[in-house]
Design a protein around this ligand. Structure first.
Ligand code: GRF
Length: 196
């Protein structure tokens, strides 16, 4: 039987997207195995969530390394130890550098809470509310060297709940938890095979 694709989830925050992907991989909706959760913020809630599972959790703080390249090389060593083929960014608040991009070409995916190219960067939901748009949404895209740039794989529009950032965020997160697993599943199916 073909081995399942191996995914690493990178996260810096609450980890609700990690939890959704983890559930999907257990139920078989996502035909892949999450073999690693990597965080640059060891105190973040995603670590608590991940510790409830059997998945390896690694906290690596970039400030412990002299350069971004040294940090990413340490990350790469761990990815290789686990045979990681795909990286899913799920609230990982850091730009991916050349070292990881070169090692995982077209194999790093991000989810962002807006209809890119609108509202890239931090606080996309707050930006949408501040601009008074009526419709925002969720984007899943391949990662390149830019901030939330990279080829778009999937988008779903979500209406803004007027003046209510909290309710808008809830609606966005609910969509994220569906669209991320579906997009990853499609991507893995159409780009099967072991990463070399
Ligand atoms: C999500 O809104 C995701 O789109 C963005 O960061 C947030 C992470 O949320 N990149 P969580 O930590 O998965 O709950």
């Amino acid at each position: 039987m073909k081995e399942k694709a191996k995914i690493a989830v990178f996260a810096s925050g609450s980890g609700s997207n990690f939890a959704a992907l983890e559930t999907a991989s257990r139920t078989g909706e996502l035909d892949a195995e999450i073999v690693l959760v990597l965080t640059d913020k060891p105190a973040s809630f995603v670590v608590e969530r991940a510790r409830q599972t059997d998945i390896r959790v690694v906290g690596l703080e970039p400030k412990a390394f002299s350069t971004k390249q040294a940090y990413e090389e340490a990350v790469l060593d761990i990815l290789r130890e686990e045979g990681v083929e795909w990286i899913a960014l799920a609230g990982y608040m850091r730009l991916i550098g050349p070292t990881l991009l070169a090692a995982y070409p077209s194999r790093i995916v991000n989810i962002h809470p807006s209809l890119l190219p609108s509202f890239p960067g931090k606080d996309a939901i707050g930006q949408a509310i501040a601009h008074g748009v009526k419709l925002t949404g969720v984007t899943v895209h391949l990662v390149d060297e830019g901030m939330d740039t990279g080829p778009i794989l999937a988008q779903v529009a979500v209406p803004v709940v007027e003046g209510d950032e909290k309710l808008t965020a809830q609606a966005i997160h609910a969509v994220e938890h569906v669209i991320y697993k579906e997009t990853l599943q499609r991507l893995i199916l159409t780009n099967g095979g072991v990463h070399s």
